[in-house]
Design a protein around this ligand. Structure first.
Ligand SMILES: [Fe+2]
Length: 202
């Protein structure tokens, strides 16, 4: 009987849903993700919690059974570097930086990747958490730029910026796109350029 040999394709793709961490600091992690990205627990037990900040039942989960070991040299160990959250709006993104600065939560890395401007924090276990804003405001355009542009291929990490300089630039009246262009041109370079590895927290 004839059959289409391509019938297994295309893959009907599942949507990405959540990430789960082992932790020894359950309460600190729940509190931190609530403060940084507004996640609230859907279920919060003695040894586990499931948190979300949108319509999904959970986006980040923590398992904290007895016997979890802390990592050695996490920043240079293969595994997860960061999870990421995205604002659709530049002002909301920068306002969140200012709000967290008020709580003395400051980033270890800040980069304009071209298709996103990104602020990287560390949670209490040292996992990276990126808070980004899409510079195109349009996923199809930012994906196209990342795929096709020579600019990304030549420098996929991007331009470092000092987020306090972005706050000043906005206060001076510059628009998102003007600030993005100037960040890409290296106008807001921080005094110390950090490396991309997670700093050791243990
Ligand atoms: Fe990322």
């Amino acid at each position: 009987m004839p059959h289409n040999r391509a019938s297994a394709r295309p893959v009907i793709t599942p949507a990405f849903h959540h990430t789960t961490f082992l932790t020894t600091r359950l309460d600190a992690m729940v509190e931190w993700y609530g403060l940084v990205a507004g996640l609230t627990p859907t279920y919060y037990g003695e040894e586990a919690a499931w948190l979300t900040n949108d319509a999904a039942n959970h986006r980040i989960a923590f398992l904290s059974p007895p016997g979890i070991k802390t990592p050695e040299d996490k920043g240079h160990t293969a595994g997860l570097h960061h999870t990421a959250f995205e604002y659709a709006d530049f002002d909301q993104w920068l306002d969140n930086y200012v709000r967290l600065r008020g709580h003395e939560i400051v980033p270890f890395l800040t980069l304009d990747h071209g298709m996103t401007m990104s602020i990287y924090y560390q949670d209490p276990d040292g996992n990276g958490v990126e808070i980004q804003v899409d510079t195109f405001g349009d996923w199809s355009r930012s994906k196209e730029w990342m795929w096709a542009s020579l600019e990304f291929a030549e420098n996929p990490i991007g331009a470092h910026f000092d987020p306090d300089k972005l706050v000043e630039a906005r206060e001076s009246g510059l628009s998102f796109q003007e600030i993005h262009a100037r960040a890409r041109a290296g106008e807001y370079v921080p005094a110390i350029i950090p490396d991309i590895f997670l700093p050791e927290v243990y």
